[in-house]
Write a protein that binds this ligand. Structure first.
Ligand code: PLP
Length: 460
């Protein structure tokens, strides 16, 4: 009897042919499908809920997957403008398939050195993109939250050693909650997490930061870390990175740039201008699953002085003794909490080797221009408040002189039409609708649909 866990190459090809048929249907969906569908969620959940795995063949399972995928949000849809989109370019699926098929271990260089070299190449390309020196190091993570956590722990170790409850961290009130979570989980006292107000553009107020750092400088808990946002989640605001770096370094603090959303805009001319100073930050979070349009599961953290990162994470283990550890390649396991890790870097390596930087830069330009045009349209319409010009590719708006409920009703009505999916947030105590353009599939048609849906929903 053949081993079902180890199909013959011929049997495996038959499986993959079915998977490829499925892929073709998924990719053919395009803008014709809905950006979200919540109409049959309860029915679907009841259908899928099973206490034990009832056996089924691949065809049945692919049919189930297709039905499940048609429920809820469709992240592959060009009109997905909610949260910070993660568009899922098909190259990610190819890379993940190859990584899983080959199954190399890239946590230490001596196990699969050539595969480590490929992942290290992808990391170095990112590092060079941000003007980091040769001694910079980094790791690919599951996403921005883990990248932020990895950086916070590195900064804490570099600046505070083992007295890690005795330092303060500073961030604007627009900072992603993963930073606060990282600080608390890594042992920073709640009262040492200092929120600095943002200015009228929702960028960190450097004057307020200066005062807060000066106050803290004379306390028992001096500043050890300042966060600069390269694209806030709410509105895509980019903090004045250069000024923050200059100020924080004068106070001896580490600067971490959360560029999960906006870091990759450095590929564009506009981005290079507003991200000025990012090369002087001590660490940077990036999220290739956002700005490189890959599938969920690829974040990245870069640390300028790689030795500081290794010092924070390095631990000895007898069973890991290398036969030969003279290689110049990094052991990624020494630079993060993960020991066993997937070969994540292959996604970026494959995408950049196949396509180069240009298509990503172009798609980012397109997304920014869609946001700028949306902002312009809504600003000219007296029914809307559109307070913040987009630094990147997000527009937040609300109905003028109406309550929050009216704004949220408008969003719901737009979303129900299924051509776009928007999300909401609260800024300064008021509800706003957000449209975040960050997909290589979004185009003029996406903006036209959004504007038409807004117009028609307001008319009814
Ligand atoms: C600015 C910012 N930082 C960090 C994160 C967290 O990234 P992830 O969801 O990949 O963990 C996000 C997510 O949207 C974000 O927008």
């Amino acid at each position: 009897m053949s081993n079902v866990l180890e199909p013959t190459p011929k049997e495996f090809r038959a499986v993959m042919e079915r998977v490829l048929d499925f892929s073709e249907t998924v990719l053919a969906r395009g803008a014709g499908a809905r950006a979200s569908d919540s109409s049959r969620i309860d029915e679907m959940l009841t259908r899928l809920d099973e206490k034990e795995p009832a056996r089924a063949d691949l065809d049945e399972l692919l049919t189930t997957l297709a039905a499940a995928a048609a429920t809820g949000s469709d992240h592959l849809h060009p009109g997905f403008l909610a949260y910070v989109p993660i568009a899922g370019a098909p190259v990610s699926a190819v890379a993940d398939y190859l990584a899983a098929l080959l199954n190399p271990y890239v946590g230490v260089q001596w196990d699969s050195p050539a595969m480590v070299q490929l992942e290290w190449n992808a990391l170095r390309w990112m590092s060079r993109l941000f003007g980091y020196p040769e001694q910079a190091r980094g790791v690919f993570t599951s996403g921005g939250s883990l990248a932020n956590f990895t950086a916070v722990v590195t900064a804490r170790h570099a600046r505070l050693g083992n007295n890690y409850a005795q330092g303060r961290i500073f961030m604007s009130d627009q900072t992603h909650h993963s930073i606060e979570r990282a600080a608390l989980i890594s042992g920073v006292k709640p009262e040492c997490i200092v929120t600095v107000p943002s200015d009228a553009n929702l960028r960190l107020d450097v004057g307020a930061l200066d005062e807060a750092l000066t106050d803290a400088g004379t306390s028992d808990e001096p500043p050890f870390l300042v966060i600069a946002n390269a694209g806030t989640t709410n509105t895509g605001a980019v903090d004045p990175i250069q000024e923050i770096v200059d100020l924080a370094h004068r106070h001896g603090a580490w600067v971490h740039v959360d560029g999960a959303y906006g870091g990759v805009f450095v590929l564009t001319q506009h981005g290079r201008r507003i991200l000025q100073g990012i090369d002087q930050a001590d660490s940077i979070t990036l999220d290739p699953h956002k700005g490189f349009f890959l599938s969920m599961g690829l974040g990245c953290v870069l640390v300028k002085e790689g030795a500081a990162m290794r010092a924070a994470y390095m631990a000895e283990a007898a069973y890991l003794s290398p036969a030969d550890d003279t290689s110049s390649l990094p052991n990624f396991a020494d630079y993060s909490l993960e020991l066993t890790r997937p070969f994540r870097g292959l996604r970026l390596w494959l995408a950049l080797k196949l396509y180069g930087w240009e298509p990503f830069a172009q798609a980012l330009e397109t997304n920014r221009s869609l946001a700028v045009r949306l902002h312009q349209h809504l600003s000219e319409d007296p029914r809307f408040d559109v307070p913040w010009k987009p630094d990147l590719s997000t527009v937040a708006f609300r109905l003028r002189d109406r309550d929050d409920a009216a704004t949220l009703r408008l969003m719901k009505a737009i979303n129900q039409r299924g051509r776009v999916l928007l999300s909401s947030t609260t800024i300064g105590g008021r509800s706003y609708i957000r449209a975040c353009f960050l997909s290589h599939r979004s185009s003029d048609a996406t903006l036209d649909n959004l504007l038409a849906d807004i117009r028609e929903c307001l008319a009814t």
